[in-house]
Design a binder for this molecule. Structure first.
Ligand code: ZN
Ligand code: ZN
Length: 234
């Protein structure tokens, strides 16, 4: 099915130009979405500066209660709420290999980061998949999204030597305490990141446990500052 889908998409874009991934109307040349669908996306408004959790406009310092105790990242940026159709875009990318979704989600995130007043990292670190899951899926969605960020932000991707050690159980099926234990030692970093400013790139941030575990691992490898760029925040 993904194969057929890709063929039909390729033929359509050859004949008619790019189509909106949501409504199939003609899209702009730059992005895989039409103007109307883009305006209706569940854009994330006021959010925690450390974890991108949605906050009321009235939260003056833009820090959520959890990050007041233990900030998830130095700075966090997410483009969308994890709500329809953002959830559909992400799940179809992951489970049906719809690469135009990675392009679109990466471009939307690049726009957000570009508009935010924050210094550029030295490296983008896509959240790694375990080798077994990577073989099964054939690609890492976070890495595909990071590829779309690398050029406009002019920041290289650092993926070599950063691995996921445990084939963690699907996070969604575990209770909160089990999720934490599941990811605590999930990553290993064989790169020297001494003094580096890095930004973790992920598709969806839910509890933040995965990001926290990877951030701790990157800091142990010497990273001085860890930011977070996510497509969507649940
Ligand atoms: Zn559309
Ligand atoms: Zn927070």
């Amino acid at each position: 099915m993904p194969f057929l889908y890709r063929w039909s998409q390729n033929i359509q874009s050859l004949l008619l130009g790019p189509a909106c991934v949501l409504c199939h109307a003609p899209a702009s040349l730059e992005q895989d979405i039409c103007v109307e669908c883009k305006a209706e996306l569940p854009w994330l408004g006021s959010a925690c500066r450390h974890c991108a959790l949605a906050l009321s406009e009235l939260t003056a310092d833009r820090i959520c209660p959890d990050c007041r105790k233990r900030p998830l990242a130095e700075r966090a940026i997410a483009s969308l709420h994890y709500r329809p159709p953002a959830d559909w875009l992400v799940t179809r990318l992951k489970f049906s290999a719809r690469m135009p979704h990675a392009r679109l989600l990466g471009d939307l995130l690049a726009e957000r980061i570009g508009a935010a007043d924050m210094c550029r990292p030295d490296y983008l670190v896509p959240v790694p998949l375990h080798a077994k899951n990577l073989r099964k899926r054939g690609f890492n969605q976070a890495e595909r999204i990071a590829r779309r960020l690398a050029e406009p932000l002019a920041v290289p991707i650092a993926a070599q030597g950063i691995e996921r050690r445990l084939a963690t159980e699907r996070q969604s099926t575990l209770a909160a305490s089990a999720r934490r234990a599941n990811v605590r030692n999930a990553f290993v970093c064989r790169r020297d990141l001494h003094g580096a400013h890095v930004a973790i790139v992920d598709d969806v941030v839910t509890t933040g446990h995965t990001v926290r575990a990877l951030a701790a691992c990157l800091r142990r490898a010497g990273a001085q500052r860890v930011d977070l760029y996510a497509v969507a925040r649940a």
